[in-house]
Write a protein that binds this ligand. Structure first.
Ligand SMILES: [Zn+2]
Length: 324
């Protein structure tokens, strides 16, 4: 895309609307390279929420969602094991509503809608994108406004798998979620955890597509404001990968004097991974290769396990219940 097409706007905290922040880091779109602009990621001093300060305007946002975004995300969301694990969560926390109406927000290709439908739920799906069209016989809606589309609908369960971090109209969407849920209904959201080492230090979020960088506390605050009571926080990787892999390599390269910006770029940018795992200060390095191997086989699995135990995993699933 051309830089001229990118319009930026100053964002306030998407949870508490405060404009009191501290800068955490700056980085460009390393994954899909839709722009070379270095976005500023900040942390709200009032509620702890992370967010993109200079975020793309509503008109510019679609430029960061080229067709290849949906192509790469599709592959993962269609895998059977994560689908089964999503459904297991729904069945565990919404057992009293078994087989009731379920809405999957940000449903992309509708893989979870189909899986839930096959397992007895009255499942339907919604996605903000208009670059996809419904290829199924399932009730899936692309584009349109939630308050108009579902004005008279009530759902027992609403799910949002790796979606809320992308939503530009976060508070408006939460209001709709609260409105669409039946009394006692269950909301399940999976998001990256900004209060984790991969989120805060390794800059693991997909910037700038992830506009909202939640912590357990900031998500809880948002839920309560809209009449939902958090009932569980999970930090495992059964649905979505969120690992500490690479952390030892970061530390080695930092000790050797490499700038953090460049280490993040080596780790995240397509084509730079061999440099990340095999070089130190621009030269081939057996030490880096050894540390990378140890990190992958021993350290990262242990760090992931420990982080999950203390509630600091990079993947966070929050289950909440509508209180009234
Ligand atoms: Zn805030």
């Amino acid at each position: 895309m051309s830089e001229e097409a990118l319009n930026l706007e100053h964002a306030r905290c998407p949870v508490c609307l405060s404009d009191n922040y501290s800068v955490v880091f700056k980085r460009p779109d390393l994954r899909l390279c839709c722009s070379s602009h270095r976005f500023t990621i900040v942390r709200c001093r009032e509620c702890g929420m992370g967010y993109v300060l200079d975020r793309p305007s509503e008109a510019s946002l679609s430029l960061f969602y080229p067709p290849r975004f949906y192509a790469t995300n599709h592959d993962r969301s269609g895998q059977l094991r994560p689908l089964q694990n999503k459904l297991a969560l729904v069945n565990a926390y919404a057992a009293e509503f078994s087989g009731g109406p379920l809405l999957d927000l940000g449903c992309a290709g509708g893989e979870f809608v189909a899986h839930a439908q096959q397992n007895g739920w009255q499942a339907s799906g919604y996605d903000w994108t208009t670059s996809l069209s419904n290829q199924t016989s399932l009730p899936i809606q692309y584009g349109g406004k939630l308050d108009e589309l579902y004005a008279d609908k009530s759902f027992s369960v609403i799910t949002a798998w790796a979606v809320m971090e992308h939503v530009a109209t976060l508070r408006d969407t939460m209001q709709n979620i609260s409105r669409m849920l039946a009394p006692g209904g269950i909301f399940i959201a999976l998001v990256p955890n900004f209060a984790s080492i991969p989120g805060r230090y390794m800059q693991g979020d997909d910037i700038p597509r992830h506009l909202n960088l939640f912590t357990p506390g900031s998500f809880d605050r948002l839920l309560r404001e809209y009449g939902l009571q958090p009932v569980q926080h999970l930090f495992d990787q059964k649905i979505f990968m969120g690992t500490h892999r690479g952390l030892l390599v970061y530390l080695l390269k930092r000790l050797a004097g490499e700038p953090l910006d460049d280490i993040v770029s080596q780790h995240r940018a397509p084509g730079r991974r061999p440099e990340f795992c095999g070089m130190l200060r621009g030269k081939p390095s057996a030490l880096t290769r050894t540390v990378c191997w140890f990190d992958r086989t021993v350290f990262a699995p242990a760090a992931d396990w420990f982080a999950q135990k203390i509630g600091r995993g990079f993947t966070m699933t929050i289950i909440a219940r509508k209180t009234a």
